[in-house]
Write a protein that binds this ligand. Structure first.
Ligand code: PMV
Length: 334
């Protein structure tokens, strides 16, 4: 039988908690350069492959936990009190219940995302990471970052990487309880590295990444080649970061993202997150490259693009993509 999240957490936290009155934590959003796609354990969000990301500095989620004054749990998102049966509120409460267990202490949890909503970035990674950090503080758990990363992973896989800034590797791990499937900050900086958040289409996606990766693993024969490719790409991307080789990093990250999308397209029913605007934007990136500007793209389970380039090409990238606002260009090492 598979191990439950509760059993894993119970092993790491005391039976008697000592809650404080308030706790606050921030976690950055992150963009994977080598993607996580496919789980070997759905309950614990254990990945089939290791992945590598770059965190987005000050763009992310801030979460505050306080004792609730009116005797019931309250969940707020961007200042708005949510209906307790809403999807977001239920996810947050069931996550905090894993730690609170029998303790009868209603809390108020407020999350504020400062990611430009126009950038179309998912905030579940930074949200679960910030929530895990705030829980650690609120209940006085004193857990180490690798344990917090493994716990955040149980909320959303990519949240394991949002515990850290900079370039981050999430090890796939081998243990059955998943506690070695946690992220680690790579001791590698790249001050001139830039990410452009290019929103090309709006609208709720119909299939979230959890369902999308499950469908791919179960139905796409092409998925069989993914774990090996991801392992190779991760090693290449690490080397490229070490050498500040944008061409190698960009090529590998772009091919990694498009290969992930190829496995989705090869699923049944087919899964295509791209909109016509996404494809048009890809062509603009390729056109820019043909003019000698080193800019590359990556995409997650959605229609939007993230551009990878260096500070010296920022003007050319802005000229080619005038829709990029100041806030949409991230300098992760500032
Ligand atoms: O963490 P999840 O379950 O939202 O999955 C994230 C999946 C991708 O964004 C497509 C890839 C990644 O590594 O972030």
């Amino acid at each position: 039988m598979n191990i439950t999240k509760q059993a894993v957490i119970d092993n790491y936290i005391p039976e008697q908690l000592s809650p404080g009155n308030t706790a606050e934590a921030f976690a950055p959003s992150n963009i994977a350069l080598c993607k996580y796609w496919g789980k070997r354990d759905v309950e614990l969000n254990l990945p089939i492959n290791a992945s590598l990301s770059i965190s987005l500095g000050e763009l992310g989620s801030r979460t505050e936990i306080t004792e609730s004054t009116d005797g019931v749990d309250q969940v707020k998102l961007n200042g708005e009190l949510l209906y307790c049966e809403s999807r977001f509120a239920r996810k947050v409460i069931s996550f905090i219940n894993l730690f609170r267990r029998e303790l009868d202490q209603p809390v108020s949890i407020s999350t504020v995302n400062n990611i430009p909503t126009a950038a179309g970035l998912a905030s579940s990674a930074s949200g679960f990471a910030a929530l895990t950090l705030a829980i650690n503080d609120f209940y006085g758990l004193g857990l180490q970052p690798n344990v917090l990363s493994a716990f955040a992973r149980m909320g959303s896989g990519s949240a394991s990487r949002s515990i850290y800034q900079g370039f981050v590797e999430w090890h796939k791990g081998n243990r059955e309880d998943g506690m070695d499937s946690c992220a680690e900050r790579l001791d590698l900086d790249w001050p001139g590295f830039r990410i452009g958040l290019l929103k090309v289409a709006t609208g709720e996606k119909k299939v979230d990444s959890r369902a999308g990766m499950q469908r791919t693993v179960e139905s796409a024969t092409l998925y069989q080649s993914w774990p090996q490719q991801a392992a190779q790409d991760l090693a290449t991307i690490k080397r490229a970061i070490d050498d500040h080789d944008l061409e190698l990093l960009g090529q590998t990250a772009e091919q990694n993202a498009l290969s992930m999308h190829a496995t989705m397209i090869a699923s049944w029913p087919p899964l295509l997150y791209w909109q016509p605007e996404s494809v048009a934007a890809m062509h603009r990136v390729w056109e820019l490259r043909s003019l000698g500007i080193p800019v590359y793209l990556t995409m997650d389970a959605g229609p939007n693009l993230k551009l990878l380039f260096q500070s010296e090409d920022e003007i050319s990238v802005r000229d080619a993509f005038p829709e990029l606002m100041d806030l949409d260009i991230v300098s992760p090492f500032d």
